[in-house]
Design a protein around this ligand. Structure first.
Ligand SMILES: *[C@@H]1O[C@H](CO)[C@@H](O)[C@H](O)[C@H]1NC(C)=O
Ligand SMILES: *[C@@H]1O[C@H](CO)[C@@H](O)[C@H](O)[C@H]1NC(C)=O
Length: 157
């Protein structure tokens, strides 16, 4: 091997090492899920599940990123199903009520693409996904009420 060839071979092996590291890095994505179903079961992002039977508004998650507000607030009816869900993604409010999806006070049908969020069918579920953050809310409608809803947040190291 000439010196030049040796350097080339060495660079190629380094490239393959770094290539592998890059691949491993992208795999270090954690998905955190917070779920609610039944008449009041809540599985938080971390920790044990618990049961709250209440018809008061209840905030599942709330945080700010780059001055944008993000939150998910649910309200149960007397039979325990969700009668209203308010989702705020980067200050844009989406309301789920009576089987309808209302974005910024306007009723929309799914699929629906807006500037920073998309609403689409996901099997028997409907999903609202932010295009700014790996954040999504997925729900299941039963006669205008929601019996299952979960929020996912991906975090890449
Ligand atoms: C969101 O609303 C807050 C308070 O009204 C405001 O200060 C902030 O600039 C808004 N952020 C975005 C991304 O629109
Ligand atoms: C939506 O409607 C409510 C009352 O009907 C009003 O207070 C609020 O300002 C409206 N929001 C937007 C973004 O138009």
């Amino acid at each position: 091997m000439t010196t030049q060839r040796r350097i080339l071979a060495f660079s190629l092996s380094l490239a393959s090492v770094f290539g592998t590291v890059e691949l491993l890095k992208t795999k270090e994505t954690q998905t955190y899920t917070c779920r609610t179903f039944g008449s009041g079961i809540v599985q938080p992002f971390q920790g044990e599940s618990y049961y709250v039977r209440s018809d008061c508004p209840f905030t599942l998650t709330s945080f700010n990123v780059n001055q944008g507000e993000y939150s998910v607030t649910i309200r149960r009816g007397h039979n325990g199903l969700l009668v209203q869900v308010e989702i705020v993604l980067n200050n844009v409010t989406t309301l789920l009520q009576d089987g309808h999806v209302v974005v910024k006070n306007k009723s929309v049908s799914d699929p629906c693409d807006q500037k920073y969020q998309h609403i689409f069918k996901y099997g028997i579920y409907t999903r609202l996904k932010s295009s700014l953050l790996p954040f999504s809310v997925t729900w299941h409608n039963v006669h205008g009420r929601i019996n299952s809803l979960w929020v996912t947040l991906e975090y890449t190291i």
